[in-house]
Design a protein around this ligand. Structure first.
Ligand code: MTE
Length: 307
């Protein structure tokens, strides 16, 4: 469903139009129209006019912080490395293959994908396993739309996401920080959940490379590392995927990785978090504040065991 906006005061209409104009940019990117040709939108808070019933009304983290404080180990382990080194990544042409337990396997061109599934804005809280959080206005479409299109077979129980392996373009992959490529996974019902997005933009613009262009996963009730960037393959399986983090450090990174203030990381507490841009820490909420929508997926499971 496309974004629906609530009535807005006339004083904000110009901003709103500017914003909608910028949204069009994402569809124009393939035509080579540059964002520099469009007027500047201004600061974060203005996007609050945009409404989705899935969006938080909390203040969004500034564009600068969202795009300069990142985790993307393919480009280095410092928070500033992705903004420094990811911009040179070539994100066109780009394909995403859909394979495994589906009736309709196919290879999607990224622009065909963007033009097929209506984009929505979703302002989500994001919580990193390291203890910081942000509020990010994503542009994307529900992963469920793509899954429906692929027609999973009855054997599809999990979805595996594989991201680009290209050490020539991704200097971090020349070091054995992780067993590359970066792989993540979801259970089928998690992948189909209406909160789960494939994001292709943020702040009304094409996704910056450091945030996972051209397409990344967004799963707001899980720690940030589940939200894999630069996806090239989506595979449906009957086995729980072995994720890159679980393969490297299984005692610290479980498959589920639901945000849970009651279960500590082996080396630190997860009870509190620092919202980027704020000084005082705040309490972390179960399922990152999305318990009402997702707790039912885990009814009856011991979330200490399945962390
Ligand atoms: N995806 C890939 N391919 N490589 C990574 O290192 N880091 C993850 C996740 N996705 C990562 C990745 C982690 S730990 C976090 S917290 C989020 O990306 C950060 O997303 P952001 O930089 O857009 O905030």
């Amino acid at each position: 469903m496309p974004i629906r906006y609530p009535p807005i005061p006339s004083s904000e209409i110009t901003e709103q139009n500017l914003y909608l104009q910028r949204r069009k940019f994402i569809r124009n990117s393939a035509l080579g129209i540059s964002s520099a040709m469009l007027p500047e939108i201004g600061t974060a808070a203005r996007l609050h006019a945009a409404y989705s019933r899935y969006s938080t009304t909390e203040v969004a983290t500034g564009y600068k912080e969202v795009t300069s404080y990142n985790n993307y180990y393919e480009f280095g382990t410092d928070k500033s490395d992705p903004a420094d080194y990811a911009p040179s990544l070539k994100t066109r042409p780009w394909t995403i293959s859909i394979s495994g337990e589906v009736n309709r396997p196919r290879v999607w061109d990224i622009d065909a994908l963007i033009n097929t599934f209506p984009l929505e804005e979703r302002i989500y809280r994001m919580r990193c396993v390291e203890g910081w959080s942000m509020v990010i206005p994503w542009l994307g479409f529900p992963l469920a739309s793509l899954i429906h299109q692929a027609e999973p077979t009855g054997k599809a129980k999990y979805v595996e996401f594989t991201t680009l392996y290209d050490p020539a373009q991704m200097p971090g992959q020349r070091r054995a920080v992780l067993d590359w490529p970066y792989v993540e996974g979801l259970r089928m019902d998690e992948a189909m959940h209406s909160l789960t997005l494939l994001a292709v933009g943020l702040y009304g613009e094409t996704l910056p490379n450091q945030n996972g262009a051209p397409v990344r996963l967004v799963v707001p009730w899980k720690y940030g590392f589940k939200s894999a960037k630069a996806i090239v393959r989506i595979r449906f399986t009957d086995q729980q995927p072995l994720t890159a983090w679980a393969r490297s450090v299984p005692s610290e990174y479980g498959f589920y990785s639901n945000v849970n203030p009651a279960v500590d990381h082996p080396r630190w507490s997860q009870a509190k978090e620092r919202r980027i841009g704020e000084f005082f820490k705040r309490n972390t909420l179960p399922f990152n504040g999305y318990a009402e929508q997702v707790a039912g997926l885990y009814r009856g499971m011991d979330l200490r065991k399945y962390f």
